[in-house]
Ligand binder design. Sequence first.
Ligand SMILES: NC(=O)c1ccc[n+]([C@@H]2O[C@H](COP(=O)([O-])OP(=O)(O)OC[C@H]3O[C@@H](n4cnc5c(N)ncnc54)[C@H](O)[C@@H]3O)[C@@H](O)[C@H]2O)c1
Length: 365
Amino acid sequence: MSASTSANSSFHIAVLPGDGIGHEVTAPALDVLRRIEQTTPGLGFRFSQAPAGAEEYKATGKSMSEQTIKLCGAADAIFLGACGLPSVRYPDNTEIMPQVELRFIYDLYAGVRPARLIPGVPSPIVGADRHGIDFVLVRESTEGLFASMGKGVTTHDEARETLVVTRKTTERLFDFCLRLAQRRKARGKPGRLTLVDKANVFKAFNWQRDIFNERKRAFAEVQTDMLYVDACAAMMVKKPWDFDVMVMENMFGDILSDLAAGLIGGLGIAPSADIGDTHAVFQPCHGTAPDIMGKAQANPTAMILSAAMMLDWLADKHDHQPAADAALRIEQAVDKAYASGLKPMEYGGNDGTAAISKAVMTALG
Ligand SMILES: NC(=O)c1ccc[n+]([C@@H]2O[C@H](COP(=O)([O-])OP(=O)(O)OC[C@H]3O[C@@H](n4cnc5c(N)ncnc54)[C@H](O)[C@@H]3O)[C@@H](O)[C@H]2O)c1
């Protein structure tokens, strides 16, 4: 905890609701955290809200102010709704993406995307209701093909973008994933880590495989394997229940993490975290959903589950058992709400933001 936090024994959370449905899903998730605070001895929060995103850019010419960046740096965790609107763009026609800037500013190299099928939520995969789906996809978030962002070269005859992976980030990323697999094993999950790459074609991935083999020696209890990304895509659709923790390059993860969200019922229930050595951002996988904003249809589940991930990360970082218990309580409340028959509008039901929030709050007790 930061110095100010330890003084009043509560976690300081920077809250960036962002744009569009970001606001609509942040409010119910904060209600959940306030209820958790009221009912969990030894756990408290101090929320500082700040603007970021397309609306902020329209108002000030910046995606977020220096003050907001400083707030994020000083807080114990960053809780972000979703940012950007397709209609608001920089002069070079790219979108306003403070969520991506924060990854680079605070070196958030591990993009953690859990894919857990909530019982009662329909999956498009045959057999998923019997087998369950419960894996975590970790996407490297600061380099890979994205290292070329803004640096690509185009001429009339060709275009080039360059993939970069560094030893420093590769080692930290593999250690993070091995620890995650270890933690999952301690919680009764398989505790297996799969490295996903394209080492049959590119030297860079063979180089990473050598680092993977070096780092895993320190984690004897974690089972490991390696899989080519194309085969992995097919396996994720055929037998997603066979995966536990997966780690991959940025661009591969960009694509397969949306596939993972599709497996568990959609973007409205897929949470995520971008984690570094000192800071972390917690946010739903979805964007600002301009097609439904202001219609009270947004599913807040992904944001609520991102709050649970935030508590679990704070618990691990600060050895704080009440936060770990609270994370589990939120997950269980979400499961209970869906078991009671919730049907979000996202997949053809009648339940909008208010009904889903109410069901989770009721289940929390
Ligand atoms: N992390 C982020 O902040 C983030 C991520 C992705 C996209 N974006 C931005 O969001 C804007 C819209 O992007 P997009 O349309 O490609 O993706 P999107 O995730 O906003 O929407 C895709 C589809 O999923 C639906 N959807 C998304 N979240 C939902 C929820 N919680 N409940 C119900 N339905 C939901 C939307 O209605 C839409 O049909 C763009 O400006 C994009 O740049 C931001």
